[in-house]
Design a protein around this ligand. Structure first.
Ligand SMILES: N[C@@H](CCC(=O)N[C@@H](CS)C(=O)NCC(=O)O)C(=O)O
Length: 202
């Protein structure tokens, strides 16, 4: 299968890290939604990444359904999100915090990159920053001192949280001082100990 997109997108990165963690072989076509727009649109008419082209020609789009497919492929013992019950709801909520942090930090990145400096909407940027901090605060509150956000092995809540933090760390570092979310920072460093996370850094 072929993963479309670059790991500087936190959505692509969480898929790349999940594929590696699950031991699923894949190629990565590092297309940009700006520089390679037409090629990206051949995989996803919305022009968005990630997309995942399967060996039989089917193309999956959007990181959430892609990750759902990968968990199904891996089977319940290896899946990165529990299959059912309160455990599933708990992990999905943590993942939703992390995805919210990705969306709001991406919103800020786009606002800063695309809009002329004198037209920046400071109120919107402040709102995005507050939402990013609120999401990270909720994850920090759920984060243990050791181990992972849920269960005894790394899962999708951890992967998505680290993907969100690494994206902010590269594109909006002033929003993520290392001492503001100490448990998450420790989780991030623990995750770097795994090749699947370290090798997919943006
Ligand atoms: N909900 C989507 C969000 C994906 C997304 O926003 N991707 C960005 C890159 S980080 C993108 O393709 N942006 C280009 C665009 O929306 O025009 C997912 O989870 O995959």
């Amino acid at each position: 299968m072929i993963l479309i997109g670059r790991n500087n997108s936190p959505f692509v990165r969480r898929v790349a890290a999940s594929l590696k963690l699950l031991g699923i072989p894949f190629e990565q076509k590092e297309l940009s939604t700006v520089a390679n727009r037409e090629e990206v649109e051949r995989f996803n008419p919305l022009g968005r990444i990630p997309a995942l082209a399967l060996d039989d020609g089917e193309v999956l789009i959007d990181s959430t359904p892609i990750l759902d497919y990968l968990d199904e492929l891996a089977g319940p013992d290896k899946a990165l999100i529990p299959a059912s019950g309160p455990e599933r709801r708990q992990v999905l909520k943590l993942v939703a915090y992390a995805v919210g942090v990705m969306e709001k930090s991406l919103g800020c990145y786009v606002e800063r990159q695309v809009r002329p400096q004198d037209k920046l909407h400071q109120g919107l940027l402040d709102r995005f920053a507050a939402q990013v901090h609120a999401g990270l605060g909720a994850l920090e509150a759920a984060c243990p001192d050791t181990g992972w956000l849920f269960g005894d092995r790394i899962g999708q809540a951890d992967i998505s949280t680290v993907a969100a933090m690494d994206f902010i760390g590269v594109f909006w570092p002033d929003l993520l001082p290392n001492d503001r979310f100490p448990k998450l920072q420790a989780l991030r460093l623990r995750a770097y100990g795994l090749p699947a996370i370290a090798q997919t850094k943006p």
